[in-house]
Design a protein around this ligand. Structure first.
Ligand SMILES: [Ca+2]
Ligand SMILES: [Ca+2]
Ligand SMILES: [Ca+2]
Length: 319
């Protein structure tokens, strides 16, 4: 009976396997004219789609057509001087509406693109979500929009409408220092009336994995005394192959996988919960990192493709 209960609990644990999120970057929430770059974001333009990024250096803050905005300026953009703007309050220009709390960008007169750049602060797997939409109700907006990862176009569309958004939801493996550019050009060859709304949120995705500290045992009594090893299993499932996990990267509460005297990591594959699916079992080196009173221990690490993973299990510290 007890064994059945344990398996039932493990099955429930596996239902929680999936994608969780860590760091989040929100273009509108993070918007600032105080600095450029502004954290992971930078604001600028390029002569054409994908050509060299030129950061903006001038800003504007104040009243503009019925509302208040903060904007980056590109003086060569002429009539579209305030080419990347955040509406602090709703802007209602004679032909343009920009809702409060949103970002609007506008191409230049000679085919220049406005570019909002995000630079990855860390290598990871990122979900890039948002939309582009026409903000000019009179012309209406006629622009070409795109998202570039480095020099590679990962999304593009044409806007020829007012408030009919084109949305995106992309997952990219991005290395630290690589860039994601959100870019807008004049589309039909004329830049009049080309105000384009953009929403963009970038989140690092963490793959949640099910783990079993002291496989098969409950409670998970851990003798955190800086001696010996703590066995931890990462449980495989029908959609998670544990052979993708890089054992070298694993840390349980900052404690690494133990190596033998020959330097070989104590890691092997086994089916610890008898579900017919292989699990990865590692011996964590007890370096006395677990504080008294801790009841949950978390394992972090990476897959070989550098996707971050994370899993937690209860522990019961024993003296
Ligand atoms: Ca146009
Ligand atoms: Ca256990
Ligand atoms: Ca298994």
């Amino acid at each position: 009976m007890r064994k059945h209960l344990i398996f039932a609990a493990m099955t429930l644990l596996c239902l929680s396997c999936g994608i969780a999120t860590a760091a989040t970057f929100d273009l509108a929430k993070d918007f600032s004219i105080d600095r450029n770059p502004n954290g992971a974001w930078s604001y600028g333009w390029s002569a054409s789609r994908g050509s060299d990024f030129i950061p903006d250096t001038q800003t504007f803050e104040g009243y503009w057509y019925g509302g208040t905005m903060k904007a980056w300026q590109a003086p060569n953009f002429e009539g579209a001087l305030y080419h990347i703007a955040y509406a602090v309050t709703e802007i209602h220009h004679p032909t343009v509406n920009v809702p409060a709390g949103t970002v609007n960008f506008h191409p230049g007169p000679r085919g220049e693109n406005s570019v909002i750049r995000w630079t990855a602060p860390a290598t990871g797997r990122y979900r890039i979500e948002g939309l582009f939409t026409g903000n000019d109700f009179a012309f209406p907006t006629t622009t070409d929009v795109a998202i570039l990862h480095g020099a590679t176009e990962i999304f593009s569309d044409a806007i020829n409408s007012y408030r009919i958004p084109t949305s995106f939801s992309l997952v990219e493996q991005v290395k630290a220092g690589e860039t994601i550019d959100f870019t807008v050009g004049f589309g039909n060859g004329a830049y009049w009336g080309d105000s384009t709304g953009i929403e963009a949120v970038i989140r690092e995705e963490v793959l949640e994995v099910a783990i079993d500290i002291k496989p098969g045992e409950v409670p998970n009594s851990v003798n955190a005394n800086g001696k010996g090893a703590i066995p931890v299993a990462i449980l495989g499932s029908s959609d998670f192959n544990v052979r993708k996990v890089n054992p070298k990267t694993l840390l349980l509460e900052n404690m690494p996988v133990k190596a033998n005297s020959a330097g070989k990591l104590l890691a092997h594959y086994d089916d610890v919960n008898s579900d017919g699916i292989e699990d990865l079992v590692v011996q964590i080196k007890d370096t006395d990192e677990i504080a008294a009173g801790t009841t949950t221990a978390t394992l972090v690490g990476n897959l070989f493709d550098s996707t971050p993973i994370k899993g937690s299990d209860s522990i019961s510290l024993v003296p």
